[in-house]
Ligand binder design. Structure first.
Ligand code: BGC
Length: 932
C-alpha cells in the first residue's frame, strides 16, 4: 500500500464531539492512549530516507480535563510478533519523561536500506498512570545509497523529437515460489503508470511528481505482494513526458522551449524485490531485458496541453503473461540508478484523485457543442462514458469561465491547450479518463462525432496532492462560509507536488510570493507538514551560488538568470520554513535550511550595504496586483502602490528578523545576535528613509502601513498614528482595500491588532468592488487572481494574466481562523503545545463553529451571540495542549464555566483581564464559557 495518512477527514464539530466525548456519566478510562502514529509525517510509509526518522502521535480524544503525557515509551521491532509480545528488539526507548508527542527522533541502532520496522508507543498521563499501548504501526526504510539500486534507467530507443506518444514498457518474469512480501520501487524521468499482471499498482497520479530533475528525482515504493503469483508474471509501465520532457509553465517565454525543458527522453526506473519463505529474494529490475513500443493508445500527453488517446491502439493483454510482444523492440539501457540524479523517496503525500464531481447542467450553445458545468472551479480531469463508431473522436476542452454566449472562455489559458481527445474503438461501455495531464476548469466543452453526450456521462475528477484536511469553518454568514470554501478549493487546486500560483494557464509554477503569503492559511486548511518539507528542498535545489532564492521553485531555467531574487518572492525561502517550524515544532527543517536562509539575507545585504533594498531586486514585482492595477468604472484611482523600495526593505527586515529567530531556536547564539543586530539596523534605516515623525510612511498607502506595522518595523509610539493613516487610506477608497498580494491579509491582521476588528469585518464582508464578496456575488467558487478578473459590463480583465484560481488573496483565511474562530498558537511556543483561543465576534455574526487539527490533536471552537447581551464559547482542547482562552467580558464575574451560575469548574484558572476579555487557562477537555 502506498504511504497514506490515517487520520479521518474533518467531520462537523458537533457530531464529532457527541461521538468522542459522550458518556458523561461513565467513569473515564484510566490514562491516555496514543493514536494516529506517523513517521516523518506519514502513516506507515514504505520508503523513508531519514536516517533517524521522527515519530509523531496524538491521543484518542478524551473528555478528561487536564490530561497530558508526562512520559512515553516507544518500542521498535524487526517483526510484528515481537512487537506484539512487547519486545523492542530494534529499539526500546524505556520510559522517557517528556511531554513530546511530535517529531520524536528514533534513537536505536543505525537502520539499513530496506529494513521494515514495526512500532508502537505508550504514554503516562498527568497522574503518572500508564495508558494502553497504541495500535501497531510500521515503516520501511528507503534505499539510502544510490549503490543500493540494481536497476538502470531504460527508455525507448526510437526517435525522440516530433514523436510525443507515450512509451509502453514490459517485462515477463517467473517466480519459483510464492511472495511473502514484495516491494516495488519505481521512478521515471517523465510520468509513469505501473501495472502488474493486469492490475494498476497503487492509486498515485502523476508520479514521480515534480522536482529539479537535474538534481533530485523521487521514487515511490509500493507493496505489490497481492499482485504476484508463482509462475509467470508481467510488469508493465506507461511512461509519458510530464514535467520532465513535456511543456512547463513559462517554458516558451523564458527558455523558448514548448517542451523538453529538462530532457528529451522519458525513462523508467523499476526495481522489484520479492521475499520468499525459506529462500533468498528475487529481484526484477529495469535493464536491457525489457521491451518497449510507442504504438500504444496514449498518442500524446502533456501537463499543459492535455492527452490524446486512441482506443483502437489498445493492446489487450499487454500487461499480462503470454502477450505477443514480438513487434516491440529492446529498450536502451541508460545510466545505472546510482549514477544519475540523486534518487530520493517521495517524502510527502501522493497526488491522488480525491473526489468526483457530478455536473450540474449541460447546455448546447451551438449545434453539436456541449458544455458541461461542474458547478465548481476544480482541477484534475474528466471521466467520460462515450458511445460511437470505431475511429470517431471526441474532444474535451476545459475552461474556468464561459463567455457571454455561453461558450467556454479559453483566452486566459494563454498557451495551455487543456484539451483531451479520445478516439473510440467502437465497443460497448467505452469510457475515457486521461492520466498524464491535468486541467483547471469548471466547464468542459465536448465536441466530436460520437453520440450526443448525456449529463450523467461525464464527471469531474479532482486530482491533487492528497494532504489531510485540518480545518473546518462555518458561521452564521453565508458569504463568509462561501469565502472559506473558495479558499479551500483554491488550495486543493494548487497543490500538485508543489504549491502553484494557478492550475490552468501555461504557468502553474511554484511562485514563492504566493505561498509566502498563503502558507499559514494553507496550514490551517490542511496538514502541510510533509508537503512543505518536500517543497522547501525544491527551494534549496534552486538557490543560486550567490544566495539568491528563485522567484519560483522548482526553477528549471538556470539559477542566476531571470526570475530569481525578487523581494517578497525569494523571502519565501525564509518565511515558509519558519511557518513549518512554528506549526509543527519542526527544528530539523530549520537546521537543514538555516544556512540557505542566512545566505539569502547576506545576498541582499551585500548588494545593499546601506540596508535599504534599492538595488538588485530582480523582476521587482512589489506588492503585486495592488489597487492601481484595477480597471473598472469608478476605479481609475492612482497612488495605491507602496513604493517598491519600501516594500523590499520591509521584506529584507522581516527575513533578517526570522533568520535571527531561527538561530536562537537552533542554539546558534552568535548568529542570533548578529542577525538580531542587523534587523535593528535595517529598521533604523527604514525609519530614517521612509517614516516621518508624524508616522507617515513614504507613499502614504494602505499597504505601506500594513507592512510596517505587521513586521514591527516602527517605534511603538508611532503605531497609533500609523493605524489612523491606514484607516484613512481605507476611507479614501470608500471602505475598500487597495492592497496587493502581500499586504491584503496583513492589513486585516493589523486592523485587528489595533482594535479595529469592526473595520476588518467590514472589509471581509464587503460586496462592492473590489472585494472577495464581489467575486462571490459574480459566481466565484475559487479565489480570483485579480479583484477585477471579471466585472459586469466591462467583462474579463487582460487575457494575458487572469486566473480564476489563485490563492494569494485567499490568505485572508488566516484572519478568519485567527480572529473569527479565534484559534491561534502561542507565538512563544512552536508546535501547538499552547493554544490561544481568542474569538473576536463582529460583522453581525451570531454564531461560528470550526476547528483546527494541529499536530497535537484537534482544537474545536464554537461561539454564539444570539443577542448583544449573551455570549457563549465552547472550546475542546486535546490532551497535552494548554489553552489560554479569551472570553469577551467586562469582568470575570460575568463569566461562568460549567454547571452552576458563575461556577468555574475544575481545571479552569482565571488569569487576568485583558483587552475587554476575561482570560482563563485550561488544559485538555471540553469547556463552555457563558457570559451574562
Ligand atoms: C503569477 C503570480 C506570481 C507573479 C509574480 C504571475 O504570473 O501568476 O501569482 O507571483 O507572476 O509576480
Amino acid at each position: 500500500m502506498p504511504t497514506q495518512r490515517v487520520r479521518s477527514l474533518i467531520v462537523p464539530v458537533t457530531i464529532c464531539a457527541a461521538v468522542t466525548l459522550s458518556g458523561q456519566g461513565a467513569p473515564p478510562p484510566a490514562g491516555i492512549q496514543p493514536t494516529a502514529l506517523r513517521v516523518e509525517y506519514l502513516a506507515n510509509p514504505l520508503a523513508v530516507d531519514a536516517p533517524r526518522p521522527r515519530l509523531t502521535w496524538e491521543f484518542v480524544p478524551t473528555a478528561v480535563r487536564g490530561a497530558r503525557q508526562t512520559a512515553y515509551r516507544i518500542l521498535v521491532a524487526s517483526r510484528a510478533d515481537l512487537l506484539g509480545a512487547g519486545t523492542g528488539d530494534v529499539w526500546d526507548s524505556g520510559k522517557v519523561t517528556s511531554g513530546d508527542t511530535a517529531n520524536v527522533p528514533y534513537g536505536g541502532r543505525v537502520l539499513k536500506s530496506r529494513e521494515r520496522l514495526h512500532w508502537k508507543v505508550q504514554a503516562w498521563d498527568e497522574r503518572d498512570r500508564p495508558g494502553a499501548w497504541s495500535a501497531a504501526a510500521e515503516w520501511t526504510m528507503g534505499l539510502l545509497d544510490g549503490r543500493d539500486w540494481a536497476a538502470r534507467w531504460i527508455h525507448d530507443p526510437g526517435p525522440a523529437v516530433a514523436d510525443v506518444s507515450a512509451t509502453c514498457l514490459r517485462r515477463e518474469f517467473t517466480l519459483a515460489r510464492p511472495a511473502v512480501r514484495a516491494i516495488a520501487r519505481v521512478s521515471a524521468l517523465g510520468l509513469y503508470e505501473l501495472r502488474i499482471n493486469g492490475q494498476r499498482v497503487g492509486d498515485r497520479q502523476l508520479a514521480p511528481e515534480w522536482t529539479d530533475y537535474t538534481t533530485r528525482v523521487q521514487y515511490q515504493a509500493y507493496d505489490v505482494t497481492p499482485l504476484l503469483r508463482p509462475g509467470a508474471n508481467v510488469v508493465a509501465a506507461t511512461v509519458a513526458d510530464g514535467w520532465y520532457a513535456g511543456g512547463v509553465g513559462l517554458g516558451m517565454i523564458i527558455a523558448k522551449k514548448p517542451r523538453n525543458v529538462y530532457g528529451t527522453t522519458p525513462s523508467l526506473l523499476f526495481e522489484l524485490e520479492v521475499q520468499h519463505a525459506g529462500a533468498g529474494p528475487t529481484t526484477v529490475a529495469s535493464d536491457a531485458s525489457w521491451a518497449a513500443t510507442r504504438n500504444g493508445p496514449v498518442r500524446s500527453a502533456d501537463i499543459l496541453n492535455g492527452e490524446a488517446y486512441d482506443a483502437r491502439r489498445e493492446m489487450p493483454g499487454w500487461d499480462r503473461p503470454g502477450f505477443d510482444a514480438s513487434s516491440w523492440h529492446p529498450v536502451a539501457p541508460g545510466a545505472a540508478a546510482g549514477a544519475g540524479p540523486r534518487l530520493v523517496a517521495q517524502p510527502n503525500e501522493p497526488i491522488r484523485v480525491t473526489q468526483e464531481l457530478k455536473p450540474v447542467r449541460v447546455t448546447e450553445p451551438k449545434p453539436g457543442v456541449f458544455v458541461f458545468d461542474l458547478g465548481q472551479n476544480m482541477v484534475g480531469w474528466c471521466r467520460l462514458s462515450v458511445r460511437g463508431r470505431a475511429g470517431a473522436t471526441v474532444k474535451l476542452r476545459h475552461a474556468e469561465m464561459l463567455d457571454d454566449s455561453g461558450v467556454v472562455y479559453t483566452e486566459n489559458l494563454r498557451g495551455a491547450l487543456q484539451t483531451d481527445a479520445y478516439t473510440l474503438r467502437g465497443a460497448p461501455g467505452e469510457s475515457f479518463e486521461p492520466r498524464f495531464t491535468y486541467h483547471g476548469f469548471r466547464y468542459v466543452e465536448v465536441t466530436g462525432d460520437a453520440e450526443r453526450p448525456r449529463l450523467e456521462d461525464l464527471s469531474g475528477r479532482a486530482v491533487h496532492s492528497a494532504v489531510t484536511p485540518a480545518g473546518a469553518f462555518e458561521t452564521s454568514d453565508a458569504l463568509l462560509n462561501q469565502l472559506w470554501k473558495n479558499i479551500v478549493w483554491t488550495q486543493r487546486d494548487n497543490m500538485h507536488s508543489i504549491p502553484t500560483d494557478c492550475p490552468q494557464r501555461d504557468e502553474r509554477l511554484g511562485w514563492m510570493g504566493d505561498i509566502l503569503v498563503f502558507s499559514q492559511t494553507a496550514i490551517y486548511n490542511f496538514d502541510m507538514a510533509a508537503f512543505l518539507t518536500k517543497w522547501i528542498v525544491d527551494v534549496r535545489d534552486a538557490q543560486a551560488g550567490d544566495g539568491r532564492f528563485p522567484d519560483f521553485a522548482p526553477h528549471p531555467f538556470g539559477k542566476n538568470e531571470r526570475f530569481t531574487g525578487a523581494p517578497g518572492w525569494g523571502d519565501a525561502g525564509v518565511v515558509v520554513p519558519w511557518r513549518a517550524y512554528e506549526n509543527y515544532g519542526d527544528t530539523r527543517i530549520l537546521a537543514e535550511h538555516f544556512d540557505a536562509a542566512a545566505r539569502w539575507v547576506e545576498f541582499i545585504r551585500r548588494e545593499n550595504p546601506d540596508l535599504l533594498w534599492t538595488k538588485t531586486r530582480g523582476n521587482d514585482y512589489g506588492d503585486w496586483l495592488h489597487g492601481d492595477t484595477l480597471v473598472a468604472e469608478g476605479w481609475p484611482r492612482k497612488g495605491a502602490e507602496v513604493p517598491k523600495e519600501v516594500f523590499a526593505t520591509a521584506m529584507f527586515a522581516h527575513s533578517t528578523d526570522l533568520v535571527s529567530r531561527m538561530a536562537r531556536v537552533l542554539g546558534k547564539d552568535a548568529e542570533a545576535k548578529k542577525y538580531g543586530d542587523l534587523f535593528a539596523q535595517i529598521k533604523a534605516a527604514f525609519n530614517k528613509a521612509y517614516v516621518g515623525a508624524d508616522g507617515r510612511v513614504k507613499g502614504e498607502t494602505q499597504a505601506g502601513y500594513a507592512l510596517a506595522l505587521y513586521f514591527d518595523l516602527v517605534p511603538e509610539a508611532l503605531r497609533p498614528a500609523m493605524v489612523r493613516r491606514m484607516v484613512a487610506g481605507i476611507d479614501a477608497y470608500k471602505g475598500h482595500m487597495s492592497t496587493g498580494f502581500h499586504s491584503t491579509y496583513r492589513m486585516m491582521m493589523e486592523l485587528t491588532r489595533a482594535g479595529r476588528t469592526d473595520l476588518a469585518y467590514q472589509l471581509a464582508l464587503q460586496r462592492t468592488f473590489p472585494s472577495w464578496g464581489y467575486s462571490i456575488d459574480n459566481g466565484a467558487t475559487t479565489i480570483w487572481e485579480r479583484w477585477d478578473g471579471y466585472v459586469k459590463g466591462r467583462g474579463f480583465q487582460d487575457k494575458g494574466m487572469n486566473s480564476f484560481n489563485h490563492y494569494a488573496i485567499g490568505a485572508v483565511g488566516e484572519w478568519m481562523y485567527r480572529v473569527v474562530l479565534g484559534i491561534n498558537a502561542d507565538p512563544a511556543q512552536a508546535g501547538w503545545t499552547r493554544a490561544v483561543i481568542r474569538p473576536q465576534p463582529g460583522g453581525g455574526l451570531t454564531w461560528t463553529r470550526g476547528s483546527y487539527h494541529s499536530i497535537r490533536g484537534r482544537i474545536d471552537v464554537s461561539w454564539r451571540q444570539p443577542s448583544a447581551a449573551t455570549f457563549s464559547l465552547d472550546v475542546t482542547v486535546p490532551p497535552g495542549v494548554t489553552a489560554t482562552v479569551f472570553v469577551p467580558a467586562r469582568d470575570a464575574a460575568q463569566v461562568s464555566e460549567g454547571a452552576g451560575p458563575a461556577a468555574r469548574a475544575a481545571g479552569v484558572r482565571f488569569v487576568r483581564m485583558e483587552g475587554g476579555a476575561a482570560v482563563f487557562e485550561v488544559g485538555s477537555g471540553q469547556y463552555r464559557f457563558a457570559v451574562k
